[in-house]
Design a binder for this molecule. Structure first.
Ligand code: THU
Length: 126
C-alpha cells in the first residue's frame, strides 16, 4: 500500500502550482474505508494563502465527509526527503493522531513515521 500511495502522490505532484518556490509537493491520503485523496501544493502571489499538498489532500477528504485516516504519503521535489511542515502536522493530528506518515523520494525510497513522533505531545480535540 505504501508504494501505491507514493505513486498517487507523485501523480498529484504533477498538478503542483509552485511558480514562486518551484518546490513541487504531492500527497496521497488513505482513508480507513480505503479511499485515496490526493493533493498538491498551491501557491499565491501574496504568499500567505499558499497551501501545502498535505492540507489540500485532507481538506478535500474532510469536505467530502471523510474523517478517518490511516496513512499519508508525501513526495517533495528536492534530492532529500520532504517531511510535512508543522501546520500540516497539526491539521493531520486533528483527525488522525495515530496516522502513519510516509515520506518518499520515489516508490523504492521512503521512510515511515508515526505522526505522534513528528508531533510529540500534540494538541488535539481530546
Ligand atoms: N510545502 C508542502 O506542500 N508541504 C510541506 O509540508 C512543506 C512545504 C510547499 C509549500 C510551498 O508551496 C513549497 O512547498 C515551499 O515551501
Amino acid at each position: 500500500m505504501f508504494r501505491r500511495l507514493i505513486g498517487k502522490a507523485m501523480e498529484a505532484r504533477e498538478f503542483a502550482y509552485a511558480p514562486y518556490s518551484r518546490f513541487r509537493v504531492g500527497a496521497a491520503l488513505l482513508t480507513k474505508s480505503q479511499k485515496i485523496y490526493t493533493g498538491c501544493n498551491v501557491e499565491s502571489a501574496s504568499f500567505s494563502p499558499t497551501t501545502c499538498a498535505e492540507r489540500v489532500a485532507i481538506l478535500k477528504a474532510v469536505s467530502e465527509g471523510e474523517k478517518d485516516f490511516s496513512i499519508i504519503a508525501v513526495v517533495g521535489s528536492g534530492t532529500d526527503y520532504a517531511a510535512p511542515c508543522g501546520v500540516c502536522r497539526q491539521l493531520l493530528y486533528e483527525f488522525a493522531p495515530a496516522l502513519t506518515v510516509v515520506i518518499a523520494k520515489n516508490p523504492d525510497e521512503y521512510q515511515s513515521f508515526a505522526l505522534s513522533e513528528l508531533l510529540p505531545m500534540g494538541f488535539g480535540p481530546e
